[in-house]
Design a protein around this ligand. Structure first.
Ligand code: TYC
Length: 119
């Protein structure tokens, strides 16, 4: 029997030459722990002319765990530069943050836009 963790089975020369009875002559074992680092995504807020500054600060505190000072700094950065980073996350976390912010903004009828981009 041959085995390789986290991947499709590999057939080596000599494998299964016994017609499926598999006497276990070829075994691959991993020595180095093979952990792939996940891709990371930046979550960004975009500026607009209508969303109140206090709402954006609240979003940053509520969904991105920023304290009031950091939230204010990021909001002003977006206000002055058009775009700014809220945080960097794995795909599913970033996607969830974007959805949460967009839903929250829509509920409050603000045009605030939140997007993610691969790092
Ligand atoms: N430009 C907005 C205003 O003047 C404030 C704002 C900041 C809106 C950041 C969106 O992502 C944003 N009220």
């Amino acid at each position: 029997m041959n085995q390789r963790l986290g991947a499709k089975p590999v057939r080596l020369q000599g494998d299964d030459k016994d017609g499926g009875t598999d006497r276990g002559t070829s075994v691959i074992t991993r020595t180095k722990p093979k952990t792939k680092r996940p891709s990371l995504y930046r979550v960004l807020l975009l500026n607009d002319d209508y969303t109140p500054m206090e709402f954006v600060i609240h979003v940053l505190e509520r969904f991105f765990q920023k304290d009031h000072e950091a939230a204010t700094r990021i909001m002003l950065h977006v206000h002055n530069h058009g775009v700014g980073e809220c945080g960097i996350y794995t795909f599913e976390v970033a996607e969830t943050k974007v959805t949460q912010v967009m839903d929250f903004a829509r509920q409050h009828q603000h045009p605030l836009q939140c997007v993610m981009e691969k790092n």
